[in-house]
Design a protein around this ligand. Sequence first.
Ligand SMILES: Cc1cc2nc3c(=O)[nH]c(=O)nc-3n(C[C@H](O)[C@H](O)[C@H](O)COP(=O)(O)OP(=O)(O)OC[C@H]3O[C@@H](n4cnc5c(N)ncnc54)[C@H](O)[C@@H]3O)c2cc1C
Length: 193
Amino acid sequence: MKIIYTDALVVGAGLAGLRVAIAAKERGLDALVLSLIPAKRSHSAAAQGGMQASLGNTVKGMGDNEDVHFQDTVKGSDWGCDQKVARMFAHCAPKAVRELAHWGVPWSRIQQGGREVIVNAEKVTLEEAKAAHGLINARDFGGTKKWRTCYTADGTGHSLLYAVDNKAISLGIPVHERVEALKIIHDANNAKG
Ligand SMILES: Cc1cc2nc3c(=O)[nH]c(=O)nc-3n(C[C@H](O)[C@H](O)[C@H](O)COP(=O)(O)OP(=O)(O)OC[C@H]3O[C@@H](n4cnc5c(N)ncnc54)[C@H](O)[C@@H]3O)c2cc1C
């Protein structure tokens, strides 16, 4: 039997698994990922709507910040979410979106001037400021107070998964594809394999 030693064993090479493996690697740990299917075929590729971050770049996002994002999230969960986790997500999201741009995600960008959108089932023309031209765009998604869903046309999950998988490759993180984790072997509180 071949035994492989690693500091961090990640099961799953979707966006969650790859991102945690990158974080482990960036903190100086060896990370190894197992994936039942090839990383780029993970279900994360199906996500289309986008990713929430309170960048406040668009005219409909003006005045947005992490507090408003946090309140929307708590309200949207009917006060049932883990508020520490929601706070962490709202706080980190703008940095994560910009980091993803740096890793190659082609976020849809704001075009200055008028654009037609649907608000409350009616056509409305929004006027985007010249200063916002080229910044990361956001659309209306999920009943939030401000428009904060960053997106790449209708292929957000696809482009995120490609960028994050490529980042994992560039960091030399081994992803063992078509390998199924069957069981975690424990020795008291330690995972052994
Ligand atoms: C159609 C659709 C649209 C969506 N739209 C959005 C959206 O707009 N915005 C948004 O935020 N979310 C959206 N979601 C949800 C979002 O895509 C998922 O919550 C997210 O991608 C899950 O990521 P993940 O890494 O946890 O799982 P996945 O991407 O499903 O990855 C799971 C990984 O685990 C591996 N695996 C599973 N079992 C084993 C095993 N036993 N051993 C080894 N490996 C294993 C698989 O190979 C795979 O690599 C959407 C989902 C769908 C389906």
